[in-house]
Design a protein around this ligand. Structure first.
Ligand code: ADP
Length: 491
């Protein structure tokens, strides 16, 4: 495919050549018409002059104008011939059947041409012209007849004048010269101008392509395309490309971080697992030490399986390959199940779990995923609340939909950390969190947010460091059939 520059130049040249051709055709037609009319006028003028000369004697006055010669037959008298000879062009004057006068130009013609011309002169009527080809002169003669008397017995019946069509050929040659000599030169000049202008206009785009090529090698995503004029199309293209490169940079960085984090998270349990297996192999078969090592190994395997499962969930969600099995889900029984688990976990951690509000509300969603989302929040609340603290769960039916809130009196999250808590592998205290009693990997909230958003909902967080946090999940509700709402206390 040719470059844009070539295509612009070719289109321009083609359009220009078309215009020139049409223009030349119109000029040629116009000039031909004008020249033809001009020739006819000239022939008519000559014929009229001839008539005026003859009228001096009265056209029909045979005794004054015609003499009969035994050798050449009837012809005009010498006096009139001498006067008529000064007329330019081809003049033939005839009686009913013969030519009685031929101008010097006619007389100078060859026998054949002269016969042709005379024959044409006698076949003309006042309303028609005739074009006669002359072999010798290589030209055509335009013939007109002005006087065509049918009344008897005038001796002179027709005055025919003819002019050469040479001027027509000259007009045609001029147009041909314009079309084939001047037009190509103009065309060449305009094509060169179009080529130069297109090159100048496309130069910034060329530069931009080079810049983008240099940037898109993967390591230079921090660089940006220099944009000179923000207002024009090229400036806007540059700005748009810069925004795109910015987004690419962010996602590349996120991808790199994600891969590094995932590898790191998998490496640690693998190292522990290896150590456990080595310990189990070196200790006595069936001893307590061997059992402890195997138990630890099993825990690490479970942890890794959970991590890989979470990564798979997020990867599928990213690809949009994760189908939610949507069905009407009654939230109250679902939350009751979650409360049961919360009670068990809370009891073990010495935390009081209460459910002050539990309303009936139905949503369209995936029961298993919603349960996963609620359990994530509940386990986080218990994980990040110290012994003796409180965790409060509520389910409300509001105008915005079903709202499930988990409120704790735990360690809370600093304002500066809040924007990051839904990012993958993000933890407030990375060092302490991993492997400690809390042991999260930082994927729970990322998955929770994906589940909420996939249901058309959202998660809102309010938290104060050292005072506790509140996570509220809103999921659009299905319209309530009977409109009744019920409130129960639990805990
Ligand atoms: P993790 O597996 O580490 O809990 P999450 O994605 O669930 O990962 O949470 C990300 C981070 O957000 C946690 O490491 C913790 O620092 C903070 N966080 C989440 N929930 C709470 C909470 N209820 N109270 C205080 N901090 C929390």
């Amino acid at each position: 495919m040719a470059s844009i520059r070539t295509r612009i130049t070719a289109s321009y040249a083609l359009a220009f050549a078309g215009t020139m051709f049409a223009f030349s055709a119109v000029v040629w037609a116009e000039r031909r018409d004008v020249a033809q009319q001009d020739l006819r006028d000239r022939a008519i003028t000559v014929a009229d002059l001839g008539i005026r000369i003859l009228r001096q004697a009265g056209v029909g006055n045979e005794s004054m104008t015609i003499r009969t010669d035994s050798l050449i037959g009837r012809e005009l008298t010498t006096r009139y011939k001498a006067q008529l000879d000064v007329l330019p062009g081809y003049v033939i004057i005839g009686d009913a059947t013969h030519a009685v006068y031929e101008s010097p130009a006619v007389r100078a013609l060859s026998e054949k041409d002269s016969t042709n011309l005379t024959a044409a002169a006698f076949s003309l009527t006042v309303k028609t012209d005739a074009l006669v080809d002359l072999d010798d002169e290589r030209t055509q003669i335009l013939l007109v007849v002005r006087f065509d008397s049918l009344s008897a017995p005038p001796s002179v019946r027709r005055v025919v004048a003819g002019v050469s069509t040479q001027p027509l050929a000259i007009a045609g040659a001029q147009v041909l010269f314009l079309s084939f000599v001047v037009a190509p030169i103009i065309l060449l000049i305009s094509a060169v101008t179009a080529w130069t202008l297109a090159g100048r206009m496309l130069q910034p785009i060329d530069q931009m392509v080079n810049d983008v090529e240099a940037i898109s090698d993967g390591r230079s995503l921090h660089r940006r395309i220099p944009v000179e004029d923000l207002g024009d199309e090229i400036g806007r293209l540059g700005t748009t490309l810069n925004a795109m490169i910015g987004r690419l940079e962010t996602s590349f960085a996120a991808l790199r971080r994600f891969t590094a984090d995932a590898s790191h998270e998998l490496k640690t349990p693998l190292t522990v697992l290896r150590a456990d297996i080595e310990r189990a192999m070196t200790t006595r078969q069936g001893s307590t030490d061997q059992l402890v090592a195997l138990e630890e190994g099993l825990q690490e395997t479970t942890r890794m399986a959970d991590l890989v499962e979470s990564l798979l969930t997020l990867a599928r969600a990213d690809e949009g390959r994760f189908d939610l099995h949507r069905e009407p889900v009654e939230m109250e029984p679902l939350v009751r199940e979650v409360v049961e688990t919360a009670n068990i976990l809370g009891e073990a951690a010495g935390i009081l779990v209460s459910v002050p509000v539990l309303q009936h509300v139905t949503v369209l969603g995936d029961r298993v995923r919603l349960r996963q989302l609620f359990l994530n929040l509940v386990t986080n609340a218990i994980k990040y609340t110290a012994k003796g603290g409180k965790v409060e769960l509520t389910l409300e039916s509001t105008d915005g939909g079903a709202v499930f809130t988990v409120k704790d009196t735990g360690i809370g999250i600093a304002g500066a950390d809040l924007p990051f808590i839904f990012e993958r592998f993000w933890r407030v205290d990375r060092v302490r969190s991993r492997g400690g009693e809390r042991g999260g990997v930082g994927l729970g909230l990322a998955i929770s947010q994906w589940i909420a958003q996939a249901h058309g909902g959202s998660i809102n967080v309010a938290s104060r460091l050292g005072r506790g946090s509140s996570f509220a999940v809103t999921i659009p509700a299905l319209p309530i059939a009977d409109g009744s709402r019920q409130t129960t206390d639990g805990g």
